[in-house]
Design a protein around this ligand. Structure first.
Ligand SMILES: [Zn+2]
Ligand SMILES: [Zn+2]
Length: 289
């Protein structure tokens, strides 16, 4: 979830006139504030709000712009302030360069706070996700200095952009740390009892990377993910998040699960003890699915 700070929440002034509309862009350009950024903002989000307001004042009163020039501002508390917002022409990229890219400001400067924290980089990624979702931003992730003579966004951020803007923690989407295998003596290992209970479901969720709540809802994101994995191994299931229940009834998904786990195939997860659940518990105890 992108943690948005609305214009009302940060106390933005209204734009002096209407924005120019944009239907899409080639991507985004990342900016820094330049100048000095007080490292104390890291401990106090209110200081981010004050900084964004001062930038808006500078752009409106100093530059004579209709509003803050940036589309959004990404702060080190992993929050995304709405500036001009998606589908509106920004002003920060330089004349002629605003229709091509949305402008994202990161709160780092060229003195004081100069190194973007992981949360700052994640906030930039959240801003990109938001502009792609709401503003049809394309794939490009560039710096202000690409195609324009400026130091912006500073060497640290620019080096990160040049590396392809790797998301801290790896992956293009947040990925959970790989679970460690459990040995049978390990207290965290599942008891192989053939009962599809909360512990087994939680471990399954943890391993395939869905929300861990120990529940299979109807439909369930765990089951959807499992159906995708089974389809990648030759099953032809409808990915609907349904069809894994320990109730003795026949389900296509259970049948595919039985094939996948080399368990006898009858499409039923029998009550109270199921062979395929035992096979699943053994598999999950290896730390993989
Ligand atoms: Zn810039
Ligand atoms: Zn903040």
């Amino acid at each position: 979830m992108v943690d948005i700070v609305t214009r009302a929440e940060w106390g933005a002034r209204s734009p002096k006139s209407g924005y120019t509309s944009l239907s899409s862009t080639k991507g985004v350009k990342v900016h820094y504030t330049g100048g000095h950024v007080d490292p104390k903002i890291l401990d106090d989000h209110k200081k981010c709000v004050a900084l964004v307001k001062s930038i808006q004042n500078m752009h409106m009163d100093g530059n004579g712009w209709i509003d803050i020039g940036y589309s959004v501002v990404a702060c080190p508390h992993r929050k995304v302030f709405i500036g001009r917002g998606p589908k509106h022409l920004p002003a920060a990229n330089g004349a002629g360069l605003n229709t091509g890219h949305y402008a994202i400001l990161a709160l780092v400067g060229n003195s004081g706070l100069t190194v973007p924290s992981d949360n700052q980089l994640l906030a930039i990624w959240d801003a990109i996700t938001y502009l792609r979702d709401k503003g049809n931003a394309g794939k490009e992730i560039k710096g202000h200095r690409d195609g324009y003579s400026t130091e912006c966004p500073g060497d640290k951020l620019y080096a990160w952009l040049k590396k392809g803007a790797p998301r801290p923690g790896g992956g293009d989407t947040p990925t959970p740390a790989p679970p460690k295998p459990h040995t049978p003596a390990d207290p965290a290992a599942l008891v192989v009892d053939g009962i599809l209970g909360r512990k087994t479901i939680s471990r399954w969720q943890q391993i395939v990377g869905t929300t861990v709540d120990g529940d299979i809802s109807t439909p369930s994101t765990l089951v959807r993910k499992v159906q995708q994995i089974l389809n990648a191994h030759g099953a032809k299931l409808k990915v609907d998040g349904l069809g894994i229940r320990q109730d003795d009834r026949h389900y296509e998904t259970v049948e595919a699960l039985q094939r996948y786990l080399d368990s006898p195939v009858d499409g039923r997860m029998s009550k109270p003890v199921s062979l395929v659940v035992k096979a699943l518990q053994k598999r999950l105890n290896t730390g993989r699915f």
